[in-house]
Each structure stands twice: as structure tokens, then as C-alpha cells.
Design a binder for this molecule. Structure first.
Ligand code: NAD
Length: 264
């Protein structure tokens, strides 16, 4: 039997109890990586989720409930990864939230929360995981940005600012480690049908007085030429490519997987 591509590596995927993070965690586990899960949710369901992944793919899994808006809890999670797995080899900065409102009506606390969770958390995980990666001279840092790290949409000031910031952080991290075995890249998804987007679909259906299906179509037709949602599994496959030897010299890219969104 050939060895799985990522066997012996440990991946920390922030915000992996749901949506894209969960899809990426499962795809990395399928390649043999141990997974440290993070994110919110029902304690019992999370326990079942991570034990289920361990059983399904024959890898080691654990969970840490750090709130990604709290630097001291992030530090505790990285220390836990060191104790439990001997460090983080693959860091996927995925946790994120959304809030939609015009700038002059944007709640200050929502701005602060989006910047903390969608941007500053990646600075903290990166600064804390890098020493361990440097010691091994191997690491992969994958920042889940968004098409909104490349282009803007109205009413998403905090989200667009945070995601553009995350693409910038990606480039700096890539450059500072360019002479090492540590790479850093961003993935920029278009619409993916996760709980985060379902909320926007529901809000749109309520506002327009249409069905959920009609709201999904309207959402896609505005921005995403394919008319299809991107899937967490497709994004996971791109993460696996970044982790493979073929990805050794892919450094500092912001790779959109978006059904053609930013080609327009
Ligand atoms: P989701 O709501 O399904 O999942 C978000 C995850 O982050 C959950 O596990 C949640 O518990 C966790 N989380 C939220 N706040 C947290 C906090 N303070 N501390 C720790 N964990 C926290 O959303 P998703 O659509 O899967 O989004 C994942 C990432 O992908 C986000 O960064 C989002 O901006 C990005 N993204 C999503 C889309 C999309 O269309 N869904 C498109 C582009 C980018």
C-alpha cells in the first residue's frame, strides 16, 4: 500500500465545525493528516464529528474550542497542538463571520468582531505556529480569504477590508519564508452554500418575497457566471495541492475558485 500524501502531518483548521472548514478538514484527513478541529457548536455533536473523522480516515483528531477573537485562547490552542500532536504542520486559517450593512449604519462591534475573527486571528495563529514549522523546515499556511479579498461588494465593508488584509498578510508571510520549506497561500472562494451563505439567502428571500430556491438563483446570477455554488470538497482539493510537493514553489498566491466571479 502506498503511504497517504499527508500521513504524519498535523493540520489545524480553524472554524472546522461547519461549512468550508469542515470540508477542508475532511479532505486533508482523507490524505492521512491528523486534524485539530476548532469552532463553535454543540459539544456532543463536535465530539461525534471529530471522532467520526478519526474513525473514517484512520487518523488522530482532537478539538480545541478557542474563540478566534481572543489572542490568549489562540495561544492556548497552539500550545495544545504542540502537546497533543508535536506541533502544527498545516495551518488553515478559515474561521470567519459575515455582517451586511451600509458603512454609515455598520455596528462598531460588528466591525471589530469581523476584523478580529477574519483577519487578526490569522496573524496570531501564524506568528505562534511559525517557530515550530521553522524548526522542521516544512509548513503550509493556507488562508481562506474570499473573492472579497480581490474585489468588493456593497454593504460588506468589514468583510472586504478583512479579506483584502488577509491576502496582504498571505503575501508577507510567503515572502518572509520564501527561502524555507514553508509556503503561505490564500484561497479565494466565490459563493459556497454553507450556513454563512444560507443566512444571506434566507434574508434575500424574505426581503424579495421569493422562495429560497429563487433567492439562491438570484444570488448566483448577480456575481457567479457558472450559476453553480463552489463546494467545500473542491476547496479542500486545492488545499491538498498546496500541501503536495507540486506546491513547493507556489508562494503568496491568492487563488480564486469562484465560478468566474472575478474574471468579469
Ligand atoms: P460557516 O458559518 O459555515 O463556518 C464558520 C466556522 O467558523 C464555524 O465552524 C464557526 O463555528 C467558526 N467560527 C465563527 N466564529 C468563530 C470564533 N470566534 N472562533 C472560532 N470559530 C469561529 O461559514 P463558511 O461559509 O464555511 O466560512 C468559512 C470561511 O470561508 C470564512 O472565513 C468565510 O469568510 C470564507 N468564505 C466563505 C464563502 C461562502 O460562500 N460560504 C465564500 C468565500 C469565503
Amino acid at each position: 500500500m502506498t503511504q497517504a500524501l499527508l500521513s504524519g502531518k498535523t493540520a489545524l483548521v480553524t472554524g472546522s465545525t461547519s461549512g468550508i472548514g469542515l470540508g477542508i478538514a475532511r479532505t486533508l484527513a482523507a490524505q492521512g493528516a491528523n486534524i485539530l478541529f476548532n469552532g463553535f457548536g454543540d459539544a456532543q455533536e463536535i465530539e461525534q464529528l471529530h471522532q467520526g473523522v478519526a474513525q473514517e480516515f484512520g487518523v488522530k483528531t482532537a478539538y480545541h474550542g478557542a474563540d478566534m477573537s481572543k489572542p490568549e485562547q489562540i495561544a492556548d490552542m497552539i500550545a495544545y497542538a504542540d502537546q497533543t500532536f508535536g506541533g502544527v504542520d498545516i495551518l488553515v486559517n478559515n474561521a470567519g463571520i459575515q455582517f451586511v450593512a451600509p458603512i454609515d449604519q455598520f455596528p462598531v462591534e460588528k466591525w471589530d468582531a469581523i476584523l478580529a475573527i477574519n483577519l487578526s486571528s490569522a496573524f496570531h495563529t501564524t506568528r505562534l505556529a511559525l517557530p515550530g514549522m521553522k524548526a522542521k523546515n516544512w509548513g503550509r499556511i493556507i488562508n481562506i480569504a474570499s473573492v472579497h479579498g480581490l474585489v468588493a461588494s456593497a454593504e460588506k465593508s468589514a468583510y472586504v477590508a478583512a479579506k483584502h488584509g488577509l491576502v496582504g498578510l498571505t503575501k508577507v508571510t510567503a515572502l518572509e519564508n520564501a527561502h524555507t520549506g514553508i509556503t503561505c497561500n490564500a484561497i479565494c472562494p466565490g459563493w459556497v452554500l454553507t450556513p454563512l451563505v444560507q443566512k444571506q439567502v434566507d434574508a434575500r428571500a424574505a426581503k424579495d418575497g421569493t422562495s429560497i430556491e429563487a433567492a439562491k438563483k438570484a444570488l448566483l446570477s448577480e456575481k457567479q457566471p457558472s450559476g453553480e455554488f463552489v463546494t467545500p470538497e473542491e476547496l479542500g482539493a486545492l488545499a491538498v495541492f498546496f500541501c503536495s510537493p507540486a506546491g513547493d514553489q507556489v508562494r503568496g498566491v491568492a487563488w480564486n475558485m469562484d465560478g468566474g466571479w472575478v474574471a468579469q
